[in-house]
Ligand binder design. Structure first.
Ligand code: SF4
Length: 212
């Protein structure tokens, strides 16, 4: 029986992007195909699987988090499949079971591999390398790394090159949040103003208001 490696499951508000402010259960999968060498500023702990569960066990974890956070699963509750890299594990049996339980599935992928969009109701791609595979989806969220740390978006020209031939409904630039330095708001705001529409600033509001 297939088991899914899960890092953590919790109920909160989605903090970033076009769905910011939405109540959501976060299902954080363990494992990433890129890793801390590619993204030394990565702010998530995805290495160790806290749970190894079949579909039924994942559903139980998710349901428990929804009950703790919201008192239950209201139809249409957002399930944010994240990681690590969630496309490594989310498959049809798990997607079907989560939808049958009433969830709307939003995936946050690094875009390095193609995502089967039939598995999700909302797809956010946040590429961490110059070359990435998943060029279309609901929102593209670029971490504006600036020139002092590794990343595919050191400046506005690099952002323009990165998004050539992409088709997304929403385009966001988000400050990199460096340990000990905080988000580079000033540079990122200036870049969004230079880029113009359809670009928007994405702020990690969960960090601003102090929730998980
Ligand atoms: S792709 Fe995402 S989860 Fe993986 S190391 Fe980079 S920032 Fe972290």
């Amino acid at each position: 029986m297939k088991r899914y490696g899960i890092r953590e499951v919790f109920a909160t508000l989605q903090g970033e992007g076009a769905l910011a402010g939405s109540p959501a259960v976060f299902l954080r999968f363990a494992g990433c195909n890129l890793g801390y060498d590619v993204c030394p500023w990565c702010d998530t702990d995805w290495e160790k699987a806290e749970y190894l569960e079949p579909v039924s066990g994942v559903l139980e974890l998710v349901h428990r988090a929804a009950v703790q956070g919201f008192g239950g699963v209201l139809p249409g509750t957002l399930l944010v499949a994240t990681g690590g890299e969630p496309s490594l594990q989310l498959d049809a049996p798990l997607s079907d079971a989560l939808r049958a339980a009433g969830f709307r599935i939003a995936m946050e992928s690094n875009g390095s591999r193609s995502v089967d969009r039939s598995l999700v109701d909302w797809l956010t791609v946040s590429p961490k390398q110059n070359g990435f595979a998943q060029k279309e989806g609901d929102e593209l969220k670029i971490v504006f790394s600036g020139s002092t740390v590794p990343g595919p978006a050191p400046d506005v020209e690099a952002v323009r090159r990165l998004v050539a031939d992409t088709r997304f409904s929403h385009y966001f630039l988000q400050p990199v949040d460096l340990p000990g330095q905080g988000p580079n708001y000033t540079q990122t705001v200036a870049a969004v103003m230079e880029l113009g529409p359809p670009w928007r600033l994405s702020v990690q509001t969960h960090k601003v208001i102090g929730i998980q």
